[in-house]
Design a binder for this molecule. Structure first.
Ligand SMILES: [Zn+2]
Length: 208
């Protein structure tokens, strides 16, 4: 069963007859907005209201515009919802004000939201496989506090293809393993130049 089928089944179970059988998912998502409410549970203990994924720490509250009903979804599923450009811009500014990315006890809320807001532009132009990869990247970012050079290369390529200018400050690169170092060697000069505009640069300069 594909992931889309899984979603559709879950959405139908959740919302009963309010969702017609044949409804396109994009129509479903268009009715919902991100409310701006975010919560960090401190531990990976919650469940996504959309995909029923468990083990979530960060949650976003989305509201259905026509009925007012709300649900908490995880940071991967939030990519599908309308995020409100103003809210995302404010987060991007706030995250950029911070001197540097710090891998502390969890992900900074502004950073996560700003990153998701930027990735969404790519996400909305991506095919189903690329969307899956992007959701997976968001989850992995939280576990690892950064991206591998190969992932950075992918993101950079996708941003060029979509005509999106990603803020390098929001995409820290982690170089820890031998494989990371090999991947770093294969990263294009353009991708490295892009990284050098952000705090992500520091990480690879210090460790190579
Ligand atoms: Zn989910």
């Amino acid at each position: 069963m594909g992931e889309k089928d899984h979603w559709q089944q879950h959405i139908q179970k959740l919302h009963g007859e309010s969702i017609p059988q044949a409804e396109d998912l994009s129509e479903f998502f268009a009715r919902w907005r991100y409310s701006g409410r975010f919560r960090d549970l401190g531990k990976p203990t919650s469940t996504c209201g959309l995909c029923a994924n468990t083990g979530l720490r960060y949650q976003f509250f989305v509201v259905r515009q026509d009925t007012g009903e709300g649900m908490w979804v995880g940071s991967e599923c939030i990519l599908n919802f309308d995020l409100s450009k103003e809210a995302v811009q404010a987060r991007i500014r706030s995250a950029a004000r911070q001197a540097a990315w710090q891998a502390g006890d969890g992900v900074d809320e502004d950073h996560l939201m700003a990153m998701i807001g930027q990735l969404q532009t790519i996400y909305l132009q991506a095919n189903a496989g690329e969307q899956r990869y992007l959701r997976w990247l968001v989850g992995k970012f939280q576990r690892r506090n950064g991206f591998s050079p190969k992932e950075i290369g992918w993101l950079f390529g996708a941003s060029l293809a979509c005509g999106v200018r990603l803020d390098a400050n929001l995409f820290p690169m982690i170089v820890r393993t031998k494989q990371d170092r090999q991947e770093l060697g294969s990263l294009s000069v353009n991708a490295k130049n892009w990284l050098a505009q952000g705090t992500g640069e520091k990480d690879w300069v210090e460790k190579r």
